[in-house]
Design a protein around this ligand. Structure first.
Ligand SMILES: Nc1nc2c(ncn2[C@@H]2O[C@H](COP(=O)(O)OP(=O)(O)O)[C@@H](O)[C@H]2O)c(=O)[nH]1
Ligand SMILES: [Mg+2]
Length: 447
């Protein structure tokens, strides 16, 4: 990759739209931009919107639009950037792009390459570059807010707060090793310093679960015996009649999905087939699917009909395996022999899908089981990639603490160095080309 090449790409989707943007970044941006928009002055005012005609190679006008120039280093990429905002015709935009690419200094931008340049030129750290992709991919309000916080540096700040004291500790340790006399005592409080960094790394790591929920939304399945009222409850929660409700057992044979948003958090609600009816072939497939689903969801809502006994309830709970369970005493409007439904079950929420009773409490209960306290969105978006690096950092710091007790200062310093390398993969201060390739591959072209 030659950072001096000038990049060109369409920054808007390749479909018809009100506006289409051609973006150029690199030393030849202005020259190439002015080939397309010759009416713009040779030394345009940066960040000024010029109304300009865009022309083909023979000077024939193709469109009229805005020309924007950002002078290095005061641009998103840190390089000279030109943006042409044309009308959003896909064919028109391809003509403009082709014209830009015909210039020998210009080549097409790869996925995320503008953002990558911003990172390479120190405009943003790696967590903020990743937040750009998160923002584009965000499909719930919580995901938007979390990505926006990341773009503003929420995660970057936390990682820096971890890296800086560790770097100082590393320098102190190396000082004591290299110049034992001058630096004497600089390692005196290494123990508590290590412990506090490790605790901070673990605290950040603990947010990975919430990060995952925000990023991809929560998955919640309704399950339980046939005819418990799952599909009726599903429809009630979704707010429309999606699932087939029938008095005949075994009506829901496949798994139904609905995508909802609760307090900004994306929630995929799944309605499953009952697990234990005497199955026909189709029902049996539904039951197998239900088991699969239960293993993958973030929360399993066990809906039990009135009169289900405690022993049976326990068997149902075992079906969910390691997945957290929320118990619902369904059809609570029914009074079976004087006793109200299955609400005698410990901690079960009494709910009726038919009347709507308890449904709001159930929704709140699901959210609090999924999310705990605080509003979805107020979270540092720790990705799997970040979590992996943070885990390695915390482990290295644990070994450093151990080495401080039983081994040499060299060993301690070596482990601190490893922790710093792992953190550097998060912030990008220590990221290999291969890692950067993998990260920016997720981006769209033109971003
Ligand atoms: N009284 C009462 N009947 C319900 C309730 N929910 C469902 N039913 C009835 O129970 C039967 C089975 O409901 P369905 O939602 O298909 O149960 P599923 O097999 O668990 O999906 C239908 O006849 C529903 O009308 C409820 O909350 N109260
Ligand atoms: Mg059903």
């Amino acid at each position: 990759m030659t950072p001096s090449a000038t990049l060109a790409a369409l920054a808007t989707a390749p479909t018809a739209g009100a506006v289409g943007i051609l973006r150029l970044s690199g030393p030849a941006s202005l020259e190439v931009g002015r080939l397309l928009a010759p009416g713009v002055p040779a030394a345009p005012t940066p960040r000024h919107a010029y109304l300009a005609s865009f022309v083909d190679a023979h000077g024939a006008v193709l469109d009229e639009g805005l020309f924007l120039y950002f002078r290095a280093p005061h641009s998103f990429t840190g390089e000279d950037v030109v943006e042409l905002q044309a009308h959003g015709g896909p064919r028109l935009l391809r003509l403009l792009l082709a014209r830009a690419l015909a210039h020998p200094a210009v080549r097409p931008a790869g996925p995320g390459e503008f953002t990558r340049r911003a990172f390479l030129h120190g405009r943003i750290d790696l967590t903020r570059a990743e937040a750009v992709a998160d923002l584009v991919a965000a499909d719930s309000e919580a995901a938007v807010r979390a990505a926006a916080a990341g773009l503003a540096g929420a995660l970057a700040t936390r990682v820096r707060a971890l890296e800086e004291p560790l770097r100082a500790l590393h320098a102190d340790l190396e000082g004591v090793l290299d110049f034992p006399e001058e630096a004497e005592g600089a390692d005196a409080d290494a123990g508590p310093r290590l412990a506090s960094s490790r605790a901070e790394a673990q605290a950040l790591l603990a947010e990975a679960g919430r990060g995952r929920l925000v990023r991809r939304g929560a998955r919640v399945a309704l399950y339980g015996p046939v005819n418990a009222g799952k599909s009726t409850l599903f429809n009630r929660l979704v707010g429309e009649a999606r699932a087939l409700v029938d008095e005949e057992p075994g009506t829901t044979r496949d798994v139904l999905e609905a995508r909802l948003e609760w307090e900004g958090l994306g929630v995929t609600l799944l309605d499953t087939a009952g697990l234990r009816e005497a199955p026909g072939r189709v029902e049996a497939l539904g039951i197998a699917r239900t088991r699969e689903v239960l293993a993958t969801v973030d929360l399993a809502v066990l809906v039990l009909p009135p009169g289900e006994d405690a022993l049976a309830a326990r068997r149902w709970e075992e079906d969910a395996g390691a997945t957290p369970i929320l118990r619902v005493a369904g059809k609570c409007d029914v009074r079976a022999g004087g006793a109200r439904g299955a609400e005698g079950m410990d901690g079960a929420l009494a709910v009726s899908g038919l009347t709507g009773e308890g449904v709001e409490a159930l929704r709140a209960g699901m959210l609090s089981r999924l999310w705990g306290g605080g509003a979805p969105g107020a979270v540092a978006l720790v990705s799997e990639r970040h979590a992996d690096a943070l885990r390695r950092a915390a482990e290295a710091l644990g070994r450093a603490g151990e080495a401080l007790r039983v081994s040499t200062l060299e060993a301690v310093s070596g482990e601190v160095g490893l922790a710093l390398e792992a953190l550097g993969e998060v912030s990008g201060t220590c990221a290999s080309e291969a890692l950067l390739d993998a990260i920016f591959q997720r981006f769209c072209i033109g971003k």
